[in-house]
Structure formats: C-alpha cells, structure tokens
Design a protein around this ligand. Structure first.
Ligand SMILES: Nc1ncnc2c1ncn2[C@@H]1O[C@H](COP(=O)(O)OP(=O)(O)OP(=O)(O)O)[C@@H](O)[C@H]1O
Ligand SMILES: [Mg+2]
Length: 401
C-alpha cells in the first residue's frame, strides 16, 4: 500500500483531517454509499468505533492464516506482507482452510516505512466508502504493536502482476480486459472525486488495482488518501507523498494536491496498459527510462502510436481504438492540470470505447503489417524478448514542509 512515510510522520498523533462519516445515500446505485458532509477531524477512537468493521484479535488472525504461513503469502509492499486466510462468513471467526470465506490479511511490518497512520487512514476511508470498484475492508486488528487489515480476497491479484509478469506460463492480459480494468478503476476514482467531501486517492498505480474473477477492478490502499479542498479552496497543501513516476509534476513541485493529481496518475496507468511497460524502467535504454517522456511524442500521430503499443496485443485492437486511448492518456497527462479531463469525462470515454463493437478485422491487418516494419528498432518489447522487469519499489517523497 502507499508509499513510505518519514519517521516524523509515523510519530504523528494528530487526528486525521477528514470528514468521512458512515451515512449512506439512499438515491445512489445499489452497492454504493457516499461520505457525508465535512465534519471536524476525528480521533482514532471515533474512527475505529464508527467504522462498522469487525475488530479481530491477533490470535483470530493468526489462526485464520495458519500462523502467517510463508506459503500463504499473496504479496508484499511498503506496509508489510499480505497473507491468504479463511474466516467464517457469518461470524467472521477463523475457519479451517478451504472452508468459509477467503480473506487477504495485511500485516504491518513494524520495521517498515509505513505505520499506524496509514493503517488508520485505510480504516477511516474504506470503513465508510462502499462502491463496486473499491476493495471491501472487512476488519482490522489493533493489539499492542500489531496492526493488521482484513480485506475481501481478490483472486486475480493486482493489475501490476497481469501487466508486467513475463514468462511462458502467463497469458498477457487481452485488450478487452485492459479496457475493462481501466473503466472499472476510472469509475472507482470518479466515485471518490464525486464524494462529499471529495476524496483524493493520491496513490493510483497498477499495484493498487486488484482484480476479481471477472476482471472487475477494485482500488485498494487508502493509506495516502486525503480529503479534497473545501470552502472554495482550489487545493490542499500537503507534504509530497506518492510513488515516483505516477505523481503529477505540479504536485511534486508545489505540494498542492487536487483531484487532477489522480487524473495524471490515471494517464500514467493508461500508458502502462497500452504499452505493457512500467512507468520507470531502468532496464531500458536511457531515453526510454521514463515511459511518459518517451511515449508522449508518439501518441500524437496515428501511425506512430504503434511504436508505443504492447506487441503482445497485436491484432486485438483497431488503430481507431488505440488512438482513442492514446488521446485520452495524453489529455490526462497534460502539463496544465486544468486542461486534464475530470474522471467523469474519462469514464464516459472509456464506456464508449468498451461498448464499441470490435470492427477492426480490416484494420487488424493494418496494425499487424505496420508493427512488423515498426518493430525492428530497440523499442520492441515482445514477450519473446523476455526482458527482466524488476518491480519498482514505491518511493517516498519526503516532506517539503
Ligand atoms: N485483497 C487482496 N486480495 C488478493 N491479493 C491481494 C490483496 N491485497 C493485496 N494483495 C496482493 O498483495 C500485493 C501487495 O499489496 P500491498 O498493497 O501490500 O503492496 P503494493 O500495493 O504492491 O505496494 P506498495 O507498498 O508500493 O503500494 C498486491 O500486489 C497483491 O498481489
Ligand atoms: Mg497496494
């Protein structure tokens, strides 16, 4: 989850500045609830008591994960390791492996860069925000130094794994699945931005997009989320936090956070989906280390887009479709935040794209032929090339204040 925080922040005991409450709006889509009006900052006790989440004991989670067995590790990040576990679907008590409900248990690494504050932020937001494109938080554990979070299990893991894993064992994610995931993630962000008060996610990246069996995307990791500006203010002033490559340049430069920061990050992820490349990849030639800098000039020209496209997608999309996504990505990555679309616009564009019939048989030949001549250069990133893709660590941006 999230990026690292400095020790100074880990020691911070001030209540989180948020107005999240548990009220649900009756006129929303089923399964969706919104946050209510801004309230005063809330204390830890208020957050934990009002969250409607199950409070687990450490012993219960130890049993549910079979003593945090190493072979049940699902993954790991800045917060700590994530374990597969089983709980009874009615009582939420620990269950025998293979029975009841599967959960993902995230255990804070006490030696790691994240801490209590990120744990509490997760409970604060996911304890109250409910939407089909946000992962469901089931409960938490707070016992002595232990901090854990219990989520619904997402069987297909993260988008990051699907996009960047290489090897003959893995099928590359198809074009239609990529579009589906992009649309789901866009809906999740749009929901946050339309909440009252607005929530800025601040850590949008492929490892925080989890997938259910049908490739529905759900956002996880609200450790860096912040309430958006209120009272006619244009931005929130924050310490600069996030992950290198994904944070908007104006945010990095000023610490002024707006929802357009998330839109920029969304553009980065769109580009990663189009290209199958990581935003920062030091294995590439120098001029290709930063995907955004390298790809932008290619995205403005219909033919040159093929330089950027993931070779493993060959024949699955039409040039028009590629151009549409490229244009959307370029808009999201605009250096001027006000010119970036908002997430509602992005959702509309992607809905249009996903509802289009795949009328590209004729164009399929076009894309195939074009690629053959275009891919003789160093930018060929075919699976056959089996390039090493080391996982970029979530990098902290330290306090500017
Ligand atoms: N609810 C879940 N269901 C299934 N797998 C999960 C779940 N939550 C996390 N994972 C797996 O654990 C991995 C680590 O997740 P985590 O959120 O701790 O770190 P991260 O997002 O990968 O990294 P960072 O700390 O840089 O944000 C994910 O990439 C995913 O593969
Ligand atoms: Mg994560």
């Amino acid at each position: 989850m999230g990026a690292c925080w400095s020790n100074k922040i880990k020691a911070d005991t001030t209540p989180l500045q948020t107005g999240v409450t548990s009220r649900s709006a009756g006129d929303e889509d089923p399964g969706i609830s919104r946050v209510s009006d801004p309230a005063t900052p809330r204390s830890e006790t208020e957050i934990l008591q009002s969250s409607n989440l199950k409070s687990f004991s450490f012993g219960e989670l130890r049993s549910a994960t079979r003593n945090f067995r190493p072979d049940s590790v699902l993954g790991g990040g800045g917060f700590g390791s994530v374990f597969k576990g089983w709980i009874d679907e009615h009582t939420f008590g620990p269950a025998k492996p293979g029975t009841g409900m599967i959960v993902a248990v995230k255990k804070l690494n006490q030696e790691g860069p994240q801490g209590h504050r990120e744990w509490l932020a997760e409970i604060n937001y996911l304890g109250h925000l409910h939407h089909p494109n946000l992962v469901r938080l089931i409960g938490f554990c707070l016992e002595d130094e232990q901090r854990l979070l219990v989520y619904e299990f997402m069987p297909r893991g993260s988008m990051e794994n699907h996009l960047f894993r290489r090897g003959t064992y893995f099928q590359p994610l198809s074009w239609s699945h990529r579009v589906r995931v992009a649309l789901g993630a866009a809906r999740g962000l749009a929901f946050l931005h339309n909440s009252e008060p607005k929530v800025i996610y601040r850590d949008f990246k492929t490892s925080n997009i989890l997938l259910d069996p049908n490739y529905n995307a759900k956002l996880s990791d609200f450790g860096l989320a912040r309430d958006g500006p209120t009272d006619q203010k244009s931005h929130v002033s924050t310490r600069v936090m996030g992950t290198y490559g994904y944070a908007a340049p104006e945010y990095l430069a000023t610490g002024r956070l707006t929802a357009k920061n998330d839109v920029y990050s969304f553009g980065v992820v769109l580009l990663e989906m189009l290209s199958g490349r990581r935003v920062i990849d030091k294995n590439k030639p120098q001029e290709q280390h930063n995907l955004v800098d390298w790809a932008k000039p290619y995205l403005t020209n219909k033919r040159r887009i093929l330089h950027v496209m993931d070779a493993r997608l060959q024949g699955q999309y039409s040039l028009d479709q590629a151009q549409m996504v490229a244009k959307l990505a370029l808009g999201c990555l605009d250096a001027e935040p006000r010119l970036r679309p908002n997430m509602d616009d992005v959702v509309k564009e992607l809905e249009q794209l996903s509802s289009r019939k795949h009328q590209h048989n004729r164009q399929h030949h076009q894309t195939s032929n074009c690629r053959e001549s275009l891919l003789s250069g160093p930018q060929n990133n075919t699976a056959a090339g089996s390039l090493a893709y080391p996982r970029p660590s979530a990098s902290p941006f330290f306090s500017k204040q």
